[in-house]
Ligand binder design. Sequence first.
Ligand SMILES: N[C@@H](CCC(=O)N[C@@H](CS)C(=O)NCC(=O)O)C(=O)O
Length: 184
Amino acid sequence: MPYELKAERPHAPAVGAIHPFGKIPVMRHGDLELCESKAIVSYIDRVFDGPKVIPEDIKLGAQVEQWVSLGNVEFDKVMIRQYVVGYVFPKEAGKPDMAAIGAAAATMKKQVDVLDRAVAKDGHLVGGQFTFADINILPMLFYVNRFEEGKALLAAAPNLSAYMERHFARDSFKKSMPPPPPKS
Ligand SMILES: N[C@@H](CCC(=O)N[C@@H](CS)C(=O)NCC(=O)O)C(=O)O
């Protein structure tokens, strides 16, 4: 589907006008303004033709919802908020709290095992097809893989490593790589 990407920082006025807590992404389509990735994806999936990223099949769709919820509640909390943000935005500038990062990495080990088993069968989280369950989790794995402990954990998970390699090579993944953030 055609789209126009307007790069904005979180909490920029244009973002705050749509997301009550100033987070990105936000979307505008005609007179509809939406925030929160899952809501945006569900809308696009329903309005536009093309392959569904949330399958219409009730059981497959429910499994996608399950993994998206696990992604947003469990994996995002540890992998992004505790681990990646711990490195990128330390509370004290230039001094990441290595005890907190180590604790996050220990929890992440269990999460990586769960994902490694989940993709073992056919290289997807749900139903042998590429869905929003995968799309939601792949950017988290991409950023975890940029830091030492995360890279080591992921390298030790063979199914998940193959999963990442395969899906990171997708044209859509490369095209949705965020542009450098605009200057604030
Ligand atoms: N639940 C939101 C999470 C969005 C989110 O956390 N976005 C980050 C950037 S990837 C953000 O805007 N962070 C700014 C902040 O937390 O203040 C969604 O799924 O869209």
